[in-house]
Design a binder for this molecule. Structure first.
Ligand code: FES
Length: 142
């Protein structure tokens, strides 16, 4: 039987860097996974652990946060706070039986459209390998 699973991937992207990189990828007609849905934030420092968990509860199969490179955050250390939130959320996901690899943090410069495309493809591929988010198949919530 053919596997028809098409993962839903949510990307929380900072306006200044990762979102610009995604925009540039589009302008350059770089191909990347169409499974990715972008949530634009002014800074990834606005991401809270709850936002990440809620994305999974709402049916995401993989989630990534993409902020500025280290030392380049327009709000000083928002990207470092975001990285910490991702680490915390990974621990919580593991506790509730969701593979932590479904969540990742990337640091992507505005000019690095190739890295954005790679991140989008990588997270889609991970979700393909892991299968549907267990919350969906087991009818559970976090
Ligand atoms: Fe990009 Fe803070 S402004 S991560």
């Amino acid at each position: 039987m053919e596997n028809t699973f098409e993962p839903k991937v949510v990307a929380f992207c900072c306006h200044y860097c990762a979102y610009s990189a995604a925009d540039l990828a589009g302008s350059m007609r770089l191909e990347y996974s169409p499974n990715v849905r972008i949530v634009r934030l002014m800074c990834t420092g606005k991401v809270d652990t709850l936002h990440l968990l809620k994305a999974f509860e709402d049916g995401a199969d993989a989630v990534f946060v993409a902020g500025c490179e280290e030392g380049s955050c327009h709000f000083q250390e928002g990207n470092l706070f975001a990285r910490q939130k991702v680490i915390e959320a990974k621990k919580l996901l593991k506790e509730v039986g969701i593979e932590p690899e479904r969540l990742e943090m990337y640091h992507i410069a505005a000019s690095n459209s190739v890295l954005f495309a790679k991140a989008a493809d990588e997270m889609t591929e991970r979700a393909h390998k892991l299968g549907p988010n267990p919350l969906k198949t087991q009818g559970k919530s976090i």
